[in-house]
Design a protein around this ligand. Sequence first.
Ligand SMILES: Cc1ncc(COP(=O)(O)O)c(C=O)c1O
Length: 482
Amino acid sequence: MPRTGPTIEVDPDETPRFAAIARAIIREIRRGRLRPGDRVPGTRELSRQLGVHRNTVVAAYRDLLAEGWIATAPGKDTTVATPLPSATRRTTRPTTAETLGFTVPPSVASTRVPATRVPATYQLDSGLPDPRMLPADLVARAFRRVLRNTALLGDGDPQGYAPLRAAIASAVSAQRAVPCAADDVLVTRGSQQAIDLVARAVVRPGDAVAVEALGYRPAWDALRLAGAELVPIPVDADGLDTTALTRVLERRRVRLVYVTPHHQYPTLATLAASRRLALLAACRRHRVAILEDDYDHEFHYGARPVAPLRSLDAHGLVVYVGTLSKVLAPGLRTGWVVAPRPLLATMTRIRRVADRQGDLPLEAAIAELFDDDTIGRHIRRMRRIHLERRDAAVEALDRHLAGSVSFAIPQGGMALWLQVDPSIDPDAWVAAAARRGVAIAPGSAFALDGRPRPNLRLGYCRHDPRELDAAVGRLAAARPRP
Ligand SMILES: Cc1ncc(COP(=O)(O)O)c(C=O)c1O
């Protein structure tokens, strides 16, 4: 009769998880707490116990089985093998992960892989557009047309499809006061690839890179992967604190500053005019490059969007990154970089090595959508809809949560930055909201030091006004009692 074994304890910091689980079981066998013939928990049971996906446990068991630590038979419990693998066999057949050294480098260990998340009923955490609003028929029609052109199914320019580069250059020059030509543009798979290419082309291991202390984690991850040491610079209601930045630049060599000046991510503050000039002057004085992430330039509801730093840059300091993720959909993975040509050439070479070229039919379809003004019309429509949703979110917050949160009404962007009453723990609130089907991000998610912040970030563009009211109602019901 198989004996039921001890609880399997897996080191929470050990990665990958399947290898950690396999090692934990081997540890129990070596200690003698699991003996030959003992029952090993089933994959479903152990995944529940450990709070991991069942496939992770299945992968661990596959390794254990291959190495002879466990035995399975159809319709029977999994048990510890009899006999156990010998010491020699053990040394010749360690787990796959051990043999090949598949450990997660610290630079990406903290990266969240959102595909494993259960989607919430109300997604207020993303700051992304409503996928229901995509003019899908027009995108599909453009795709159909380009797929008939067999030339677009072969090799392409790793810098991006030339007509799309021309369309982006023309839009960026006309609407953002960033004069550029098609040859100044590199088309990427979203701004994430753009940031990664800039990081790889500019940063050397050990270089200091200044970042907004409340900021955009995926950019930090790309910079760290290139070997950057991140230096946090505080942000306030006027955006990046350029006095603090200047003090840092006077003290140490910094290679690059990563900024989101239009709507600071996550606080939505617009970088004040005096600070724009101070930032450019300080970076020029200390020979520091600026990586400007202008991720939602289109969505400004006041008089006019503030012009990008790049439009004020007379000295080629600013590398300018944009995306269609907020305009169309993040799944279409289209972004771009405008940079001085020698740097652009380096990034294009790196892109060629890592990715060969972009998705040529997608790039051609998007070029068509620029040319026939589908994208322009969609932006104008969505600007109106996002403004309506911003106002609906503000009303819902006033109705359900007055007294618990306060906020400035931003003149643009796709989210609200909420100040939470000090008697409420925002992280506990986020967890309680998730249990009620509302995903919302706590301030701590944007902090370089990961410490709690008295804030929530509420993305309002994914839902219509009625849904927003329901979501904020649930958020109010989930509010922890002080
Ligand atoms: C600060 C910031 N930059 C860039 C992006 C867009 O990323 P991507 O173009 O890679 O989808 C986002 C989207 O969430 C963002 O918040």
